[in-house]
Design a protein around this ligand. Structure first.
Ligand code: 13P
Length: 253
């Protein structure tokens, strides 16, 4: 049986107000999600409202980040169980902006992935190389290291409950999408890596999203690739129309 497509909208630091967040979530909830897992990933402060807006619409809600600890002296942080209590089902771990701008290490990301699973959240573990790493020929080595650390604590059963997202850093917010062939090549590499690290069945179960300038005009071709099981959408998820158009492409893939 094929893997069910998963399209997630990472709103990053948008929109400006809870009213606007509610409006965007309402508009997505009115769309047709078909046989696709659809996830909205707003800033943490909007999660409760967004969750309310999409209740009953077949749309799940995720968080952009979490802290691995359950409680404690971690000012400004949010725990997995707090997110669960808001009705969150997913959490992004190790987005390149967390790694690059906020200095998160792969080991720390691995702690988040393990903690997320423990409270029943599905981690969306991100990986991806920078332009200079790709040009220097180390793209797959970088991705493999991020996966090795990100999934370090997991056995096959736990790994099967994760979603992965390959997001080449040079394609994020730049309009420079990886070509479907470039993306598929790395996704196939990741699938093979998962076979070696776990086993074939686990590797075939795990969904791997592509992220990086996914738009309605390029989504169909990306999603048609055999190892691309969905998309993690940034900019195009801030308009219901373009986000739903991408969901529609996944429905037909
Ligand atoms: P863009 O779609 O804006 O390139 O962002 C991708 C991304 O980082 C999603 O997590």
């Amino acid at each position: 049986m094929g893997r069910r497509p998963i399209i997630a909208g990472n709103w990053k630091l948008n929109p400006d107000s809870v009213e606007q967040a509610r409006e965007l979530a309402d508009a997505v909830a009115e769309g047709d999600v078909g046989e696709v897992d659809v996830v909205l990933i707003p800033p943490a402060v909007f999660i409760a409202q967004v969750r309310q807006a999409v209740a009953g619409a077949g749309v799940a809600v995720g968080a952009q980040n979490m802290h691995p600890a359950a409680n404690g002296a971690f000012t400004g942080e949010v725990s997995g169980s707090m997110l669960r209590s808001l009705g969150c089902a997913y959490v992004v771990c190790g987005h390149s902006e967390r790694r690059g701008v906020f200095g998160e290490t792969s080991e720390f990301v691995g702690e988040k992935v393990a903690a997320a699973l423990q409270v029943g959240l599905t981690p969306i573990l991100c990986c991806g190389e920078t332009r200079s790493q790709r040009d220097g020929g180390s793209a797959t080595a970088v991705v493999a290291q991020q996966l090795r650390d990100g999934l370090a604590a997991l056995d096959a059963e736990a790994a099967a409950r994760c979603v992965l997202a390959y997001e080449p850093v040079w394609a994020i917010g730049t309009g420079l999408t990886a070509t479907p062939q470039q993306a598929e090549e790395t996704h196939a590499f990741i699938r093979h890596w998962l076979v070696e690290r776990f086993d074939r069945e686990t590797a075939e179960t795990i969904r791997i999203q592509y992220g990086g300038s996914v738009k309605p005009h390029n989504a169909a071709e990306l999603l048609a690739q055999p190892n691309i099981d969905g998309a993690l959408v940034g900019g195009a998820s801030l308009k219901a129309e373009s986000f739903l158009a991408i969901v529609g492409c996944a429905s037909r893939s």
